[in-house]
Design a protein around this ligand. Structure first.
Ligand SMILES: [Zn+2]
Ligand SMILES: [Zn+2]
Length: 138
């Protein structure tokens, strides 16, 4: 179960939904369950990392959820499936993302505190949360 947050550009009218939370397949699971799916849910580098870690370690678990990230430089928003691989309570791998515009590292953002971001279409800082369109998804 997750939340979708609508953002709308005040200038050009562009709208986009950003997801946060768990999806149908993106949720906490064991590495065995994940590999048993025979599906590559995540970025290929993350997927390959999980496969190689599972060969060296036993009983690993995956924590996966959609998170909203922002580029600290461009202030563009992204929703990404964040993946953490852990053994016991130790995190041994964590996914990282880069901005497709400037290649800088993205930072996790608190959508509840974020009022304005950059519109991906017109690049103006008029991309605002549309509170009338908050939906729950599964
Ligand atoms: Zn715009
Ligand atoms: Zn950027």
């Amino acid at each position: 179960m997750g939340d979708a947050y609508a953002y709308k550009c005040q200038k050009c009218g562009y709208e986009e939904y950003f997801n946060q939370g768990h999806g149908f397949l993106v949720h906490p699971q064991s590495v065995q369950e994940y590999l048993g799916l025979k599906k590559q849910l995540f970025h290929y580098k993350t997927h390959n990392k999980i496969v190689s870690l599972s060969k060296e370690n036993e009983s690993l678990r995956i924590k996966a959820a959609f998170q909203i990230y922002m580029c600290p430089h461009c202030q563009l928003l992204y929703d990404k499936a964040e993946v953490k691989v852990y053994k016991g309570d130790k995190t041994i791998h964590k996914s990282r993302f880069r901005c497709s515009n400037c290649e800088r590292k993205l930072k996790l953002t608190n959508i509840h505190r974020l009022s304005k971001a950059t519109c991906p279409i017109c690049k103006k800082k008029t991309f605002k949360r549309d509170h009338s369109h908050h939906i729950l998804w599964d």
